[in-house]
Design a protein around this ligand. Structure first.
Ligand SMILES: O=CC(=O)O
Length: 359
């Protein structure tokens, strides 16, 4: 089924009921609906966004009515033809092929994500297409999950529940399932932005001794808030007891976490990645974990996603892998959905978006 039932009902209502729509038009919208901007939504997004889209009366839209299966590429290429606006999620590659298929009417793209490595920004810029995204509203959820993953990895929670369930729990043992603690530790942040600061804020009460970070340049305003020291990549690797990756995936950061970095880390250190799998060279990470170069890794993101169940990383007890759920709370996903729709509608009205990427 193509249109969600809710969307269909709403569209029918718009089509028969006189309502105010963008530009102050009133009257029989059955006729007017054909002149409304056309929007394609590539996923069944959370209800807050759908409601705003329906209630706006500003667009006619069609959505891929599934959250379980992404829209097949061939179908997507058909469906975007002639649209004015496109709302996508991070599983859709928005590249030259797709933009060519959409054609020159496409003026606004809104992604329901903070990351934008699935978008070809150069192609979008070339075509004058404005781009909205959803930072900030997910910062708390991502920071919370990062802390949860860090603790699950450093205190070996997944291994521990497995042992308890499968008979490995014998007598109380002095060094069994020992891990590493945050108290008196140095926490390193690779890529200091809003999320890095939010993570540090949450970790500070665990009595972290020192926060350090690296980035393309010092970020004094953000760093001041968490009393973090700017260091080189080498120092970050050498000094961090916990290293949290928070940078965006760009050509510059692709596989920036590789054997060079892991070889400099302490063999007691914990590596955490909740940004994008592409910033890590997974073969090098596997080697670092197997050889004991580092103590453990917690990953919410991998390449590819989903990571095949027979991937070597899944065989390691010291690697905790989550299926890209950092922002997955009801509140946050609804807020992302609402922001993505509001960005789209504002963009289509030629107004500044709430969160717009500078291209
Ligand atoms: O990974 C999630 C996002 O980019 O929003």
């Amino acid at each position: 089924m193509w249109c969600s039932r809710a969307a269909l009902c709403r569209l029918q209502r718009i089509a028969v009921t006189p309502v105010n729509i963008a530009g102050g038009l009133t009257g029989n919208n059955k006729r007017e609906i054909s002149t409304l901007p056309q929007v394609y939504v590539t996923r069944q997004i959370p209800p807050e966004g759908v409601k705003i889209l329906c209630d706006s009366g500003q667009v006619q839209f069609e959505l891929w009515d599934s959250d379980d299966v992404p829209v097949p590429r061939k179908k997507l290429l058909e469906k975007v033809k002639g649209v004015d606006g496109l709302l996508c999620v991070l599983t859709e590659k928005i590249d030259a092929e797709l933009l060519d298929a959409a054609g020159p009417k496409l003026k606004v793209l809104s992604t329901m994500s903070v990351g934008f490595d699935h978008l070809s920004l150069e192609e979008l810029k070339k075509r004058g297409i404005r781009v909205g995204y959803t930072p900030d509203v997910l910062t708390d959820a991502v920071a919370e999950l990062t802390v949860a993953l860090l603790l699950a990895t450093s205190r070996r929670l997944i291994e521990a529940t497995h042992e308890a369930k499968t008979g490995g729990w014998g007598t109380w043992r002095t060094l069994w399932l020992c891990g590493y603690e945050l108290a008196n530790s140095t926490v390193g942040i690779l890529g200091l932005g809003r999320i890095g600061v939010a993570i540090a804020d949450r970790l500070a009460p665990f009595k972290v001794k020192k926060f350090i970070y690296t980035d393309v340049a010092p970020r004094p305003e953000l760093a001041k808030a968490i009393n973090a020291e700017f260091v080189s990549m080498d120092e970050l690797a050498r000094e961090s007891d916990f290293l949290a990756v928070c940078c965006a995936l760009t050509p510059e950061t692709k596989e920036i976490c590789n054997k060079d970095l892991f070889s400099k880390m302490k063999n007691t250190s914990i590596f955490i990645n909740t940004s994008r799998g592409g910033v890590v060279n997974q073969e090098d990470l596997y080697t670092a974990l197997v050889t004991g170069q580092i103590a453990g890794a917690g990953l919410d993101v991998t390449v590819p996603e989903p990571l095949p169940t027979n991937h070597p990383l899944f065989t390691l007890k010291n690697c905790v892998i989550l299926p890209h759920i950092a922002s997955a709370t009801y509140t946050t996903r609804n807020a992302m959905s609402a922001l993505a729709v509001n960005n789209l509608l504002l963009g289509l009205r030629g107004k500044p978006m709430i969160k717009e990427l500078k291209l």
